[in-house]
Structure formats: C-alpha cells, structure tokens
Design a protein around this ligand. Structure first.
Ligand SMILES: [Zn+2]
Length: 382
C-alpha cells in the first residue's frame, strides 16, 4: 500500500466530456491531455499510477512524460517513500508555475476587468479599464489594450488568453450578437489572437462562469445550472459533464423567459422577463422603491425565479442550481423563496434532492472560467 500523503491539491470533478469528434492524428495529443487531466485533478502520481488510471501502456506514459518534462509542464518530485519491494517510483506533478493564463471579463457595462492566473487558478495580477461607453471597434480596441497589458505583466510564458463576453458566442469565438457591446458577427478570438500572437478563446460569460464552477468551484457532475445575476441574467448548463451550447449557441437564456406578462418592459422587446425582476440594478431599484419591506420584495422575486426554474430542473432532473451574484441580494429570502417555489411546482423526486446554493467564486467566476477555457483549449484539461 502506498504511504504517500494525500495530495494537497483540491479534488477536481471529472473531466469535461469532449463533444468534438477526435481525428486519428489527435491520438498523441489526446493521450497527453489524459495525463495532464489526471495530474490537474489530483496527483502527484508515478508513471505506473498514470498508466493504470488512463489505460495507456507504461511505455506510452513514459514517452509522453519525457515530452511533458521537456516542456516544463510537469515536475519530478523524487521517489515516493513506501515499503513496497523494488525500486521506489518517482512521483510526477503538474508544474502549476510553468505558464500563466490571461483572462478577461467583459460582462460589466462600466469596466472591463482582467487577471493573470497561474495554472492552478491563483490570481497573480489584476487590471481594469473603464469602458466609458465604448462600443463596436472602440470596445474591441479596449479589449486588446487590456489583454496586452496583462500579457506584459505575466512573468511566465502565456499559455493563452481567455475571454468571457456577453452575448451569443459561437465555438470558434465569434460574437454573433452582443447588443450592449454593439457587436454583431465580431470574430473576437481571431482579432485578439492576431494582435497578440497568442491563442485566444472566447465564450459567453454565463457559460464561462459555469465552466468555472466545474473546474474550480466544486460543481456536482449530475447536472448543474449556473445562473449569473448581474447587469442581466444569464445561465450556463452543464449536463453529463459537458457544457450545453444549444442549436444556435444560445442555451441558458433563462433571463428572457417571461414570468409576468404584465411586468416591466424588457430589453428584448417583451414584458416581464425574469431579468426585469432579477437583474441587479432593477432589483436594487425595487428595494429602494419599497423601503422597510425588503423581505417582501426579495421573496416575490425569488418566487418568480422558482417559477422559471421549475420546468428546467424537472425536465433535466438537475442536481444543483448555483446562483452567482451579490450575496446581500441573493442569500436569504430570495434563495429560500426560489427553493420553496421549485419544490411546490415539481415532483418530490425532483425537488427534494435539488441543491440550490450561492457560488463561492463571487465576482471572479468569469475570470476563472476564462482560465478554464484556455486550459481546456490548449492542454485539454478541465
Ligand atoms: Zn426579455
């Protein structure tokens, strides 16, 4: 039996399922990603451990580890101290200091934020640039400026740039439609990559926040809906270990489900969308309009959230709903009313086992998720 201490790294959830079709020439990259994935989730491990865990031969593992050592992505930690007969095995660990990730969050109307992360998701540097109302090409220029400043601050080679953007984003990082940025069909990933000569990955901000819950936030693997409550309301859905994109890459648009046809007008042109009650600026305005009755306001909004959630939770039999937004608004009456409403409107087998909680990642979910995009896109780990 091994006497090596339990790894200090957090246990990671299972890998995100790859939905793309693997090409035959991808085999080596795929096997390399398998090893990195194992080491990212836990580790350290010996070459023999890795062969056992991945099903690869010992020769293949040794060969790939030699490459990874040469690339500096893994370290040899020296022999495992154990009492088994024979030569002690050398342990291999991910070198989280090998490269840095540059990540950007474009969600906020007022300010673009960004960070430099290490491979373990630790924030090393932060930077922000005011938007000053910029849209269109001027907003693209601002994104490039922020990314360039962060790349300059990284003290290791930059593995890639990850960007969480509002709007509908396709899998190659083209922003199909982001009204508040004034972007329609903007190939953001390609534009920023050309400016910085680095790999760039762009995804919808709510999807990016969902990825963060999966990779860094301890999301359950049984089906997680991550709802981002900010200027607007968005959601990302993780099902069977994969991010659900939807036919037109707009899965998760729960914010524009009508919950009260007589409600306030919505930016989408209809009335009474969930977002018109739950978006942070509107919720704060409602609280200010009813001083002395915050609990009633928050409970009523929580009930509307529960109404929108119930059919989704029930249809997909989700195991958890994670809310990401200001805890002072979401925790307590709002969350409690949402849970009560979902339970009242679904079968016990669905509602009773549902976990509804607040995210631990707070404002950094999109930045962490953008890091997860780069890890997944460049190393195949998630
Ligand atoms: Zn709407």
């Amino acid at each position: 039996m091994s006497s090596s201490p339990a790894p200090a790294r957090d246990r990671r959830p299972p890998a995100l399922r790859r939905t793309g079709k693997a090409l035959p020439g991808d085999a080596r990259a795929h096997n390399r990603a398998l090893l990195l994935q194992s080491l990212f989730r836990a580790g350290p491990y010996s070459r023999a451990d890795l062969a056992r865990m991945t099903g690869l031969t010992r020769v293949t593992v040794s060969d790939l580890i030699t490459d990874l050592l040469a690339d500096g992505l893994v370290n040899e930690l020296g022999p495992r101290t154990e009492t088994r007969i024979g030569k002690p095995a050398t342990l291999i660990a991910l070198n989280t200091d090998a490269a840095h990730l540059v990540t950007l969050n474009l969600t906020d109307d007022q300010v673009l934020t960004g960070a430099v992360l290490d491979l373990d998701g630790r924030v090393l540097r932060r930077r922000a640039l005011p938007r000053d109302g910029r849209t269109g090409v001027r907003a693209i220029a601002l994104v490039v400026e922020l990314a360039r400043a962060l790349v300059a601050e990284a003290t290791r080679p930059v593995l890639g740039v990850g960007i969480g953007s509002p709007g509908v984003v396709d899998p190659v990082g083209t922003v199909l439609d982001a009204p508040n940025m004034g972007w329609v069909g903007v190939p953001l990933a390609a534009l920023v990559a050309a400016e910085l000569s680095l790999p760039v990955h762009v995804a919808n901000d709510a999807n990016t926040a969902a990825l963060a819950e999966h990779t860094f936030g301890g999301a359950d693997d049984g089906g997680t809906l991550v709802i981002t409550v900010g200027q607007g309301v968005g959601a990302g859905l993780l099902l069977d270990g994969a991010l659900v994109q939807g036919r037109r890459f707009a899965a998760g648009e729960i914010g524009h489900v009508v919950v009260d046809e007589n409600g306030p007008p919505s930016v989408c042109g209809r009335s009474g969308c969930l977002e018109t009650f739950l978006a942070v600026p509107l919720l704060r305005r409602a609280l200010a309009a009813h001083p002395g009755r915050p609990e009633d306001v928050l409970t009523a909004v929580g009930e509307r959230l529960g109404m929108a959630l119930a059919p989704v939770v029930s249809t997909l039999n989700l195991s958890e709903v994670v809310l990401n937004g200001p805890p002072d608004l979401l925790r307590g009456p709002l969350l409690d009313a949402a849970v009560r409403t979902v339970r009242r409107r679904t079968m016990p087998v669905v509602g009773d086992h549902l976990d509804v909680r607040l995210s631990d990642l707070h404002d950094d979910a999109v930045l962490f998720g953008a890091g997860a995009l780069v890890l997944s896109g460049q190393l195949g780990v998630a």
